[in-house]
Write a protein that binds this ligand. Structure first.
Ligand SMILES: Cc1cc2nc3c(=O)[nH]c(=O)nc-3n(C[C@H](O)[C@H](O)[C@H](O)COP(=O)(O)O)c2cc1C
Length: 155
């Protein structure tokens, strides 16, 4: 696919997801200088941001949202399950970044919620999700390799 713009929506409490998004964005800016990148925090994002996006990159860590572990960050959950409830985005190119920690039984299981959103909205996945387990610091090489594939898919 060829996309001239990418909307990145992410939520991050302790900065881990933000660091991964920063690393991906820096790589995309260097590799695809003509790509227009719109970056929005999950708490500020609205249904229209999903609708208007030419291509979407969503990022979240796994949290115990609502009391049970293995869930999306509360702001990302609010966006996908509430503000954008029942949204249909047929064929919209999408990519997902999910984080987690192996001290938790449901390690990085927010990935499943993202894939459910993909299926229910009718989006088209550009590449398999980037799953980052434990602190992202020191994992830049792996993150950049994934960003390389994303960039290749956007060209
Ligand atoms: C209260 C709490 C609940 C968490 N629940 C999970 C979980 O169920 N599964 C998991 O893999 N990680 C879990 N984590 C770990 C976070 O997903 C991990 O620290 C992540 O890197 C945080 O990213 P962020 O700073 O972008 O929010 C939890 C952390 C906290 C503090």
């Amino acid at each position: 696919m060829t996309a001239s713009s990418l909307t990145i929506i992410y939520s991050s409490f302790s900065g881990h997801t933000e660091f991964v998004i920063d690393t991906i964005e820096a790589f995309l800016k260097k590799t695809l200088p003509a790509l227009v990148i719109r970056r929005i925090r999950g708490e500020q994002a609205q249904r229209e941001d999903l609708e208007k996006a030419e291509a979407l990159l969503l990022g979240s860590a796994t949290w115990n949202t609502g009391g049970a572990e293995g869930q999306l960050n509360p702001y990302m959950l609010e966006l996908l399950a509430d503000k954008a409830k029942d949204i249909k985005l047929p064929g919209k190119p999408m990519a997902f970044v999910s984080l987690g920690d192996d001290r938790y039984y449901y390690t990085a299981r927010c990935t499943e919620a993202f894939l459910r959103f993909l299926r229910e909205s009718g989006g088209k996945q550009m590449l398999p999700p980037l799953i980052v387990v434990n602190e992202p610091y020191g994992q830049e090489e792996r993150i950049t390799r994934w960003a390389e594939k994303l960039a290749a898919g956007m060209k």
